[in-house]
Write a protein that binds this ligand. Sequence first.
Ligand SMILES: C[C@H](O)[C@H](O)[C@H]1CNC2=NC(N)=NC(=O)C2=N1
Length: 100
Amino acid sequence: MSVERLTQAEIEAALADLPEWAPARDGTAIERHLKFDDFVEAFGVMTSIAILAEKHDHHPEWFNVYNRVEITLTTHDVPGDGNGLSARDVKLAKAIDAFV
Ligand SMILES: C[C@H](O)[C@H](O)[C@H]1CNC2=NC(N)=NC(=O)C2=N1
C-alpha cells in the first residue's frame, strides 16, 4: 500500500470513519487510547494487534501500563522529512477497530 503522505483533506475524511481515533503530533499521527479489565486482557489485545501489524507490515508505537493501552499510528517511510500519515495508518486503524 502507498506510503504517500495523506493530504489534510484525506486525513479529515479518514478520521470521519475512525471516530475512536484522534489526530496527534501535529497531524503526522493518529492515536487511540484503550482501557481493559486487567493487564492480561490488555496484553492479549496487544498480542493480537502485533500479529495484525506484522501482516500489514505496518507497526504501531504504543504504551501500556496495567489495563491501559495507548496506540499511535504514523508512517516512517513517507517521502520527505519526518513521519507522516499514510493510507497504511488508516488501514491498520480500521483493522484494529474491527476487533477491539
Ligand atoms: C522494511 C519494512 O517493511 C518497513 O520498515 C515498514 C515496517 N513497519 C512500518 N511501520 C510504520 N509505522 N511505518 C513504516 O513506515 C513501516 N515500514
